[in-house]
Design a binder for this molecule. Structure first.
Ligand SMILES: [Zn+2]
Length: 180
C-alpha cells in the first residue's frame, strides 16, 4: 500500500482489515503522539518518511546529571550563568536524534516544538535529517543571532524547513467502548 502514501483515508476498521498497515494508517497512528509532543513541553520527534516514529526527545539534563543538583532557573539573581539551566540542558532535538532506537536520522523528518537553535541546527545537518517541521518560531521578529545563524545553516545545507500545520486542534480521548 505504499502508493497510498498521502491519502488521508480513514484507518481500517474491523477485524477484517486489521492488517492494513498502509502508510496512511501509520501516518494517522503516529499523529497523536507528535501532537502531544508539540503541544506539551519543548519536544522533538524524529519521524521516518513512512511516518514511523524513530526517536522522541525532550529538553532535559544529561543522563545521570541530577535534577536536584542542577538549576532549572532561566535567570540568575547574581547574573551567574551557571545558576541557570542553559549551560546544562540537552535540547529536545539532540535527544530525539540520539534516542533513535536503530534507524539512522539520515533522510528523516524532525518535528520540533520550537524552531531549533544554531547548535541543534548543526547536529540536525550533520546527522542528515532532511526536513525540519517546527510548531512555533518563538523569536521570528527578533534578530537573535542564534536563530539567524540557525536559519542560515539549515538553508545552506539544503535542509527543508517548514511550519507544521496541525491537522487537529485537539485530540479527544474517548474512554467508552465505541461498540456500545
Ligand atoms: Zn537547540
Amino acid at each position: 500500500g505504499i502508493r497510498q502514501r498521502r491519502t488521508p483515508s480513514k484507518p481500517p476498521r474491523g477485524k477484517g482489515s486489521s492488517h492494513g498497515t498502509t502508510t496512511s494508517w501509520r501516518l494517522r497512528s503516529f499523529q497523536p503522539s507528535v501532537q502531544r509532543i508539540l503541544t506539551g513541553r519543548v519536544g522533538a520527534c524524529l519521524v521516518s518518511q513512512e511516518g514511523i516514529i524513530l526517536g522522541i526527545g525532550y529538553n532535559g539534563f544529561p543522563r545521570g546529571c541530577s535534577d536536584d543538583k542542577l538549576p532549572w532557573a532561566k535567570k540568575s539573581a547574581r547574573g551567574d550563568p551557571l545558576e541557570t539551566k542553559y549551560p546544562y540542558v540537552v535540547h529536545a532535538e539532540v535527544n530525539a536524534i540520539l534516542n533513535t532506537n536503530h534507524a539512522s536520522a539520515a533522510g528523516q523528518k524532525l518535528y520540533v516544538t520550537m524552531f531549533p537553535c544554531n547548535e541543534c541546527a548543526k547536529i540536525i545537518i550533520q546527522s542528515g535529517v532532511s526536513e525540519v517541521l517546527y510548531f512555533v518560531e518563538k523569536r521570528i521578529d527578533n534578530s537573535d543571532h542564534v536563530y539567524v545563524a540557525s536559519h542560515n545553516l539549515l538553508s545552506m545545507a539544503g535542509v527543508k524547513v517548514r511550519k507544521h500545520q496541525p491537522q487537529m486542534a485537539q485530540i479527544p480521548i474517548n474512554f467508552q467502548d465505541p461498540r456500545v
